[in-house]
Design a protein around this ligand. Sequence first.
Ligand code: C5P
Length: 265
Amino acid sequence: MALSFSQLKKIAEGKTKIIYENPDDAGTVFMVFKDDITAGDGVKHDIIQGKALVDWQTNKDIFEYLNRKGVRTHYIESPEEKVSLVRKLDFKINLEVVSRRVAAGSILKWGGEAEGKRYDPVITQFHYKDDPLHDPMLDDTYIDYIIKAKKDGDMFADMRSLNATIFTVLEAAFAAFRIQLVDFKLEYGMIDGKATVIDEITGGSFRLWPYAKDNPDLNQANVLSELNPAGRLDKDTYRQGEALDAVMNKFAQIAKITSGFGELP
Ligand code: C5P
């Protein structure tokens, strides 16, 4: 039987999802995907018919894969199209945790890095989640200080190592489809006293660049020549102003790829 969300209590509404309470289980909530797409801290905003469905599919495939790999996530199941059932949080951690294998996006501007530079191990940055402040990056020495000095310091150490671990897990999954996971952003909440991956992981969360060659050499200092950024399959298409049907087409391609994650070992 289809769930009737008009009768459920709305707990929160974000840019791309609505969270509803689950009247049958206080320990879980429903996450319902919307067709909205935003960029530039919410300044750019559009509705793309059908995006909710493909994002839901991508999110389902990725979280099912992470759960199968033993990663601690909030995801339980996807009971119907555009709806996921997730564990309720003790509290949300107001951070965006970004990991990067390949230099792209904002690190080119403020880091002065060459596009395509390869990081090994991946680098991880914490950003304070606040649109008006443009999600400022937190100082690494401050994070180190928190880890050592604060009672809840473990939570930061956990997020740092979880982010890098999840990156390598998803990087290997996309590599099976000849695509490089360039970077991604994850969010965390506390569940049962432990930092746990929450929110969604969809085309807006990462950069994906297809391989440019049959046998790319991805173990060099700069891998730009081995990859095809112009063929990108991610929200940069939207950020760069491509037509909405082209953006939708990219997001549908991502869902098609992640639908193969179930076949991976
Ligand atoms: O823009 P920047 O290069 O810092 O983004 C790093 C990664 O984090 C990209 O994959 C981007 O899609 C993602 N991101 C995000 N939400 C934000 C900012 C960045 O998902 N608010």
